[in-house]
Design a protein around this ligand. Structure first.
Ligand code: HEM
Length: 93
């Protein structure tokens, strides 16, 4: 008999206690798995991306390589998007 009067926290005891709780609350668990959940942080995440974009635009001028014009062709796929091109980030004074 362990000194604390019979409570042993082995992997098995903790695992089965957890399993017992899950099965006792089976209907609650089932509902939680069924419902569509949303991300509470998504708007914060999007805002953070906007801040990064704004900070880059405020600090840099984005130009084509020296002496070259930007390539204005596009590629037609699911969308019509600009071809990849080299860019120069010039620090704004
Ligand atoms: C653009 C950025 C983010 C995207 C695309 C995103 C996406 C997701 C997705 C797909 C889920 C799972 C939703 C589901 O269970 O069906 C989720 C859950 C979650 N996200 Fe985000 N996430 C973003 C940013 C964040 C941030 C910044 C935080 C915290 C500050 C956060 C906190 C959470 C939490 C706590 C959950 C669990 C919600 C729940 O279980 O009900 N997320 N997120």
């Amino acid at each position: 008999m362990p000194p604390d009067g019979g409570r042993r926290f082995t992997f098995d005891t903790v695992f089965y206690a957890g399993l017992k709780k899950l099965t006792e609350n089976y209907y609650l668990v089932e509902q939680l798995l069924k419902v569509k959940r949303n991300c509470p942080g998504e708007v914060i995440g999007m805002m953070e991306l906007l801040f990064y974009f704004v900070a880059i635009m405020q600090r840099f001028q984005i130009l084509p390589p020296k002496g070259k014009a930007p390539r204005l062709e596009g590629t037609l796929g699911l969308t019509y998007h600009a071809v990849p091109q080299e860019l120069r980030f010039v620090r704004r004074e």
